[in-house]
Design a protein around this ligand. Structure first.
Ligand SMILES: [Ca+2]
Length: 420
């Protein structure tokens, strides 16, 4: 495998200086991008010097943890808050070196870092407003930090030198990384070098090249995530993780089954009752009450429609206001399938099919239409309609049709009663 040395033989220009941060504004957020001297990895010192003049709201640039001397020389309370990420990684790393049986904190720190690297590198590479050089430099710095951190955990040093194939093989063997992951770093370096050849406009990266690099960052961080969990977990933690995974799958499977069963039940048409259970069609039993709660029985009789329109008493013997009616019997549906059942009511009404409430509007208000889309089998279905009027006009009408706006009155022949 040949390392991805830049195709051009030109040396990068010294136009970019070390210890100088470029500020980029993306979506109202500022990102500090450190441009290191050509061929030189920025050190922690470079980062610190560069970031000294950078505004506080900038997105952090991830820092190297490798320069222990530098970290210890800075008093804890002098470290800017944005370095906390790197500092905690360093602390976890040291703790792990002391006790490799407790890899959890380090694992979590590396996973956090991998996530941040992916998010920030992807964001930078995807944004065409960020010039090619800072975008690729930033992505390379982030990926390099992650690679270096991972190698260091396994006692290796990732120095980002180009062209040492033997060394790369050694690294991949010891750290578990695939050679693709290591090569990604050099792809980013190559992209960066390409852009540094000023005056050659056609050497700028294309949107496709940026997307390609961004996808490589995504797959690289995913690979590192997997490796991190595999290698930085105790066997107990791995077993627990597998158990949780299996439980998660089982739960998901149970949810899918429950969802399917629910959909099946919900979409199943309501089954009609045998015609033998139904009396002679043409009328439904209406029971009138002299209160609004269906309690003080006034009288009952068979009626040939579910329809009320009254400004006073709807029937001799029933209150002029404050009365209620319950219709109970059967409703005939001439075809199987979906249909819309509606009720217009002033004041409140509720409709039950097979003893299940399908419309509920038990409230005081002027005339109002309430509808429910239902799925029924052709034939007779147990129906109950309850209604009350508090004052002024009383209005009730049960209708059905193909939609809310296309409704027909229910003919008497489609209403019935218990068989006597
Ligand atoms: Ca009323």
């Amino acid at each position: 495998m040949e390392t991805a040395k830049p195709e051009t033989s030109a040396e990068p220009t010294a136009e970019t200086k070390g210890r100088e941060a470029t500020l980029l504004e993306l979506d109202d957020r500022k990102i500090a991008v450190l441009v290191a001297a050509p061929g030189k990895r920025p050190s922690v010192g470079d980062h610190l010097a560069a970031l000294q003049n950078v505004e506080d709201e900038c997105l952090p640039v991830l820092l190297s943890d490798r320069d222990d001397a530098l970290w210890t020389s800075i008093a804890a309370d002098e470290r800017p808050a944005r370095f906390a990420h790197g500092a905690s990684r360093l602390a976890e790393f040291r703790a792990y070196k002391k006790d490799p049986n407790r890899p959890g904190p380090l694992r979590r720190a590396v996973l956090r870092m991998a996530r941040d690297v992916r998010l920030q590198a992807e964001m930078m590479l995807a944004n065409r407003e960020a010039p090619d050089l800072p975008a690729t430099t930033y992505a390379r710095t982030l990926v390099g930090e992650l690679l270096a951190t991972w190698c260091e955990i396994w006692g290796e040093r990732f120095d980002g030198r180009l062209g040492d194939l033997k060394r790369q093989n050694e690294l991949t063997t010891k750290t578990g990384l695939s050679s693709n992951a290591v090569v990604l770093y050099f792809d980013l370096v190559a992209a960066e070098y390409r852009f540094r050849l000023r005056g050659e406009e056609d050497l700028a990266l294309s949107a496709d090249e940026r997307r390609w690099l961004s996808e490589r960052v995504t797959s690289f961080t995913a690979e590192l995530r997997r490796l991190c969990i595999e290698r930085l977990s105790t066997s107990k933690e791995l077993a627990r993780r597998r158990q949780l995974q299996i439980a998660g799958w089982s739960f998901a499977a149970a949810l899918v089954v429950a969802g399917a069963v629910y959909l099946y039940i919900a979409s199943r048409p309501l089954k009609a009752v045998p015609a033998s259970a139904v009396g002679k069609p043409g009328a439904i039993l209406a029971t009138y009450y002299n209160d609004t709660e269906l309690k003080k029985l006034a009288l009952s009789r068979y009626v040939n429609s579910i329809f009320v329109h009254a400004y006073g008493s709807p029937l001799r013997g029933v209150n002029a206001d404050r009365f209620s009616i319950r219709y109970s019997g059967f409703l005939y549906f001439p075809t199987s399938g979906r249909t819309t059942l509606c009720v217009e009511n002033d004041d409140g009404a509720r409709v039950f099919l097979h003893d299940k409430k399908v419309i509920d509007d038990w409230k005081l208000h002027p005339k109002k239409q309430n509808c429910k889309r239902i799925n029924v089998e052709k034939g007779w279905h147990p129906l109950r309609v309850e209604f009350f009027d508090q004052t002024a006009r009383a209005w009730l009408r049960l209708t059905r049709g193909e939609s809310k706006t296309k409704q027909q009155v229910i003919p008497a022949a489609h209403l019935c009663c218990q068989k006597k």
